[in-house]
Design a binder for this molecule. Structure first.
Ligand SMILES: [Zn+2]
Length: 292
């Protein structure tokens, strides 16, 4: 993604991986081949690899720089986590190389927002040092939704997977280091960064709003994973905490931004990633990349 500007704020993408990743029939329980193929011509060509029959899925972090703060939103899967394939793979240094190429060091990060506490949104939160997981960004406060944290804490205590080791290795060490801010729906960092609750994919999933000088962009996390979900709102991934609530969140959120200049930054959408939403009747939307 090329750098975008929202008033006084710049937003860049730092990529961990990209390219064809999952077959839609494996990801969406409601998948219907004829329906999916019927929507292909109305979706941007980058979102699906026709030859491989797989969705193009990127793992990326957004680097948000305001005059006051340097902020990361979501932190991919990270290094050395010991996850089974496909979440651990060679070449993850791409992520930190791209961050450093922006002129951003770990020490410069002031805040890390996690839209939710899943494996691919919390990975770089921590680094393995002398056998212990420590916060990667020593000067940052990490923003976790307090009820999201509480649910995964309870699930971890039960031995559930998810969260598996994700809570223990990516979230708990941040709290133990005193670097977590456990926040509620109405949290605002300042007048530029606020949250919009979009629960369903996870218990308290939140989108992160970026406002400046009358402009708005929204990091939409996993409110949707693929553009097909703007065409078929009820196609929720099998991994969703509450698939019905996730579909309701999609409808509410997409209705609120459709036909407005609000720019969307969905974590898993392939380059050029940033886009605009238009309504197509009451229950469908189009996602168009902003290419200029
Ligand atoms: Zn994700």
């Amino acid at each position: 993604m090329r750098q975008i500007r929202i008033g006084d704020i710049t937003i860049d993408a730092v990529i961990e991986r990209e390219g064809p990743w999952r077959r839609p029939q494996d990801f969406f329980p409601a998948y219907d081949d004829a329906i999916f193929k019927g929507h292909l011509s109305s979706m941007e060509p980058e979102v699906f690899d026709v030859a491989e029959g797989k969705m193009n899925i990127t793992y990326q972090t957004f680097v948000v720089r305001s005059p006051r703060h340097t902020i990361l939103v979501d932190t991919c899967t990270g290094e050395d986590k010991g996850h089974a394939a496909p979440f651990d793979f060679p070449g993850k240094e791409r992520w930190r190389n791209e961050l450093f190429a922006l002129g951003v060091s770990y020490e410069q990060i002031d805040y890390v927002f996690c839209t939710h506490l899943h494996i691919d949104h919390t990975g770089w939160n921590t680094t393995l040092r002398d056998g212990r997981w420590v916060p990667t960004f020593p000067n940052a406060k990490y923003i976790f939704h307090k009820r999201e944290y509480a649910v995964w804490e309870a699930e971890h205590a039960k031995g559930a997977n998810p969260p598996g080791t994700v809570f223990r290795d990516n979230c708990l060490p941040i709290v133990e280091a005193g670097q977590a801010l456990l926040v509620d729906d109405d949290y605002a960092l300042d007048d530029t960064i606020t949250l919009t609750p979009t629960p369903g994919h996870s218990p308290c999933h939140c989108c992160v709003n970026i406002h400046s000088k009358g402009q708005r962009a929204v990091v939409t996390g996993d409110m949707m994973h693929h553009a097909i979900q703007t065409r078929e709102l009820h196609w929720s991934p099998g991994v969703d905490w509450d698939p019905k609530q996730a579909a309701e969140s999609r409808k509410t959120f997409l209705s609120s931004v459709a036909d407005t200049p609000t720019l969307l930054l969905p974590i898993h959408f392939p380059a050029p990633t940033v886009g605009l939403v238009t309504a197509d009747g009451a229950n469908r939307f189009h996602y168009r990349f902003k290419r200029d």
